[in-house]
Write a protein that binds this ligand. Structure first.
Ligand code: GLN
Length: 273
């Protein structure tokens, strides 16, 4: 079958954008480039793979898991059912963190830990952007760590990995602690596409969604250097509660909340120069 025939076939079952995204990924081209090779013949293996992926999408799997990778900050990250699909807001967390690092520290060989790294998108992107950083990726899920390791390999960065529950077993100090922890309330109603597919471990943070922030702050003081930055993604209604937690545990630090591009409170930066 040709590219054009496959797109027409796929469109019968799923949105045409998704059909094109799947085919483009299989053929290793961009979606726009696909339109320049409409007459090209596609080999049988690729046709079969395409049909299987269209089928998966029809079974309500997120497009990112179906394709198997996602673009985050310009880099391609592998994703599967063991990791949260990286979100746009998290790119904003990374972007802001890069500017805080610029402002706060006078050297760049900082020790950074990404707590609950999932796919590794945060820590690996920081390392790509500032190669002199010394980055550790931590997750409680060994399966998530496998994905993060593949991503680090594919993107050619050297980082360390720890299997653990936030800072629980960490006995060293870091200059930067960054995390996008699970922060949904256990009973929160969310899009079934998310609740039925993404790992609950990566989504829910206890009754009020704050369990992982409590865990972080419990050990934060003993895990940060004299000058430090703690960068956290938060749920849009959690700013006040997390600022209070931060003030209680790190009373001398400066705390700044930031909104995302949609104007929602989504990030908190706690630092000491
Ligand atoms: N750090 C990963 C991300 O931001 C995973 C976060 C999580 O699993 N809650 O995508």
């Amino acid at each position: 079958m040709t590219v054009e025939e496959l797109i027409i076939e796929g469109k019968k079952y799923v949105h045409s954008t998704h059909a094109k995204m799947i085919l483009a990924d299989i053929l290793g081209v961009g979606t726009l480039e696909l339109l320049t090779i409409l007459d090209q013949k596609v080999d049988d293996n690729c046709v079969l793979l395409y049909q299987q992926k269209i089928q998966k999408l029809m079974e309500n799997k997120p497009i990112q898991y179906v394709i198997g990778n996602v673009n985050f900050y310009g880099y391609s990250f592998l994703v599967d059912e063991n990791v949260l699909i990286p979100r746009f807001e998290t790119e904003e967390l990374v972007e802001n963190t890069l500017s805080y690092i610029e402002k706060l520290f006078d050297h760049r060989d900082l020790k950074v830990i990404d707590l609950g790294c999932g796919s590794g998108c945060i820590g690996i992107t920081l390392k790509k952007k500032i190669p002199s950083l010394n980055v550790t990726l931590l997750d409680i899920s060994p399966l998530a760590l496998e994905v993060a390791k593949k991503n680090a390999n594919n993107l050619g960065v050297s980082v360390s990995f720890i299997e653990g529950d936030m800072l629980e077993n960490i006995h060293e100090k870091f200059d930067v602690i960054i995390s996008n922890p699970p922060y949904l309330c256990d009973l929160e109603k969310i899009d079934p596409l998310v609740s039925q597919n993404e790992p609950p471990l990566a989504l829910y943070g206890g009754e009020d969604g704050l369990d992982y922030y409590r865990k972080i702050f419990l050990k934060a003081l003993s895990c940060v250097s004299a000058s430090f930055l703690i960068a956290l993604e938060i749920g849009e209604d959690q700013r006040e509660a997390i600022v209070t937690l931060a003030k209680t545990t790190l009373p001398t630090a400066t705390i700044e909340a930031k909104k995302d591009l949609q104007g929602r409170d989504r990030m908190i930066f706690i630092f000491q120069k």
